[in-house]
Design a protein around this ligand. Structure first.
Ligand code: NAD
Length: 500
């Protein structure tokens, strides 16, 4: 029997892999086999400090680089991401577990942000008002912040870093990424591609780590801004500590996304959409639909349509052909999700399909798909973000009751309505208190030229991520008011007549 190789996962500082020196590491697993495949370095505060210093030094030159030079690097980076998508997707699947097609999709959604950022010469154009007062012109410019940091979750190890770093770097900042320690390898691959694209050393840095590294970034005087994506308790913490230290912070948190299914909905369309949005990536998406709110008499039909679709879905390793759903990220998380199913059943929900009883691979962190009916707002399966392949159906009598339920929820990341009625959809998009709304679209992640963000406990800070708000977050505005002496008053011969 051969012993499986365990790869050492280093930091990326000053354009090269740098081994950790803290003596602390964390294991990285292949969730499809349960085997340890990597050992990631966990940075100490001193290592973070050294990394940030290299980013600060690189910032002095990068902030003065021309817009066309930055755009050229971004165009090259885009091409490299395209060419290496399959390789990068395999890295994502090996550490996250999601199916390969989903990993490819994640890269495509991240790439959109690189494409958006290639337009930086246009995006950073300021305004100009000639003759605001007599002989006075006023104009605005946007300047980079300096060193900015991104702290990212396990569930999108490529897309979420790209949400941040493409715009941050395009705006002339240097970027320090602290990726999730659960699937850290993709960030090193991104670093290699940035280097090959011509990005100067020190502009993109990766420090791996846990709370110690995060706290060091939050407290570091040279870090001007923090972008965070992860769970709500950590997002709140990041926002409070980062802003207390005078930093600009955008911290995106967890979610509990509802689909409102009206009695006139196209039930096949709604069921297809809800199944893929609830169970895709094993429910480990911040935009996953985890609650279907069935309005009026549509509950039985919806539950039947969803449960009829589940037996056809194949659970297995994400790298295997024909797999629809991979494993969860860790054994602990799998057990926690299974625990929620038990709690739901004990609280009186009907377990229509029980993921714990499905025939799934026994190696690895697999759990089948669960469908719960008759869920009520007091149950933990309704209240908590489960972040697993569990869909709860809540039945309500009216649109107003469904809307009030959604608006009462502490989370407000995404939501979707399924209906054939344009007026009802229009009313919903106006009345629902949620940041991103889908109309017969289950996962309404905005394209890169809009911005992404929820409301309430799904976002701390006031700036959404990427798109126009990303450009605004990563730059500071400056307004210049200028007046020049009238050339007519000059005593130097300027080569033209003094009077007009
Ligand atoms: P997490 O909050 O556990 O971790 C996110 C990051 O914070 C990681 O880099 C981690 O190392 C760091 N971290 C963890 N504990 C910390 C602590 N005590 N102090 C400082 N830093 C800490 O989240 P996760 O489990 O990696 O990701 C899943 C969560 O992310 C879900 O709640 C999901 O909804 C959320 N998420 C939200 C969005 C969004 O756009 N709103 C997108 C993706 C994921």
């Amino acid at each position: 029997m051969t012993t499986p190789t365990v790869t050492t996962i280093d930091h990326w500082i000053q354009g090269a892999r740098v081994p950790g020196t803290s003596g602390r590491t964390a294991p990285v697993h292949d969730p499809a086999t349960g085997r340890q495949t990597g050992e990631v370095a966990l940075a100490s505060a001193a290592e973070v400090d050294a990394a940030v210093k290299t980013a600060a030094a690189a910032s002095r030159e990068w902030r003065t680089s021309s817009l066309s030079k930055r755009a050229a690097v971004l165009f090259a980076f885009r091409e490299l991401l395209h060419t290496h998508t399959d390789e990068l997707a395999a890295i994502v699947t090996a550490e996250h577990g999601k199916v390969l097609s989903d990993a490819v999709g994640e890269i495509a959604r991240g790439l959109e942000n690189v494409e958006f950022a290639t337009g930086v010469p246009q995006l950073l154009k300021g305004g100009f008002s000639e003759q605001a007062a007599s002989g006075v012109d006023v104009y605005s410019i946007r300047q980079p912040l300096g060193v900015v940091a991104g702290i990212t979750p396990f569930n999108f190890p490529v897309m979420v870093p790209l949400w941040m770093c493409a715009n941050a770097i395009a705006c002339g900042n240097t970027f320090v990424l602290k990726p999730s320690e659960k699937d850290p390898s993709a960030s090193l691959f991104l670093a290699e591609l940035w280097k090959r694209a011509g990005l100067p050393d020190g502009v993109f840095t990766v420090v791996h780590g846990d709370k110690e590294a995060v706290d060091a970034l939050l407290d570091h005087d040279d870090v001007a801004a923090i972008s965070f994506v992860g769970s709500t308790p950590i997002a709140r913490y990041i926002y409070e500590r980062g802003t207390a230290n005078g930093k600009r912070v955008q911290a995106l948190g967890g979610a509990k996304n509802h689909a409102l299914v009206l009695p006139d909905a196209d039930i096949d369309m709604a069921a297809d959409a809800i199944v893929s949005a609830a169970y895709g990536a094993a429910g480990e998406r911040c935009m996953a639909l985890s609650v279907a709110v069935a309005v009026g008499g549509i509950g039985d039909e919806l539950v039947r349509a969803v449960s009829d679709r589940l037996p056809a879905l194949k659970v297995g390793p994400g790298s295997a052909e024909g797999t629809d759903m991979g494993p969860l990220i860790t054994a602990e998380h799998r057990d926690k999700v299974a625990g929620y199913v038990a709690e739901g059943a004990a609280a009186g929900a009907t377990v229509v399909v029980d993921g714990r009883e499905q025939d799934v691979p026994t190696d690895g962190f697999f759990l089948g798909m669960t469908l719960l009916d008759g869920v009520t707002p007091d149950m933990t399966v309704y209240r908590d973000e489960i972040f697993g392949p569990v869909l709860s159906v809540v039945r309500v009598d009216t649109y107003d009751e469904g809307l009030a339920l959604i608006n009462r929820n502490q989370y407000a990341n995404g939501t979707a309505i399924f209906t054939r009625d344009g007026g009802a959809a229009r009313r919903f998009q106006n009345e629902v208190e949620v940041g991103m709304v889908g109309i017969n679209v289950p996962i309404p992640v905005p394209v890169a030229y809009y911005s992404f963000g929820g409301w309430k406990d799904s976002l701390f800070g006031d700036t959404h991520m990427y798109g126009p708000e990303g450009i605004s977050f990563y730059t500071r505005g400056k307004v210049v008011t200028q007046r020049w002496p009238d050339p007519a008053t000059s005593t130097v011969d300027l080569g033209f007549p003094r009077t007009r």
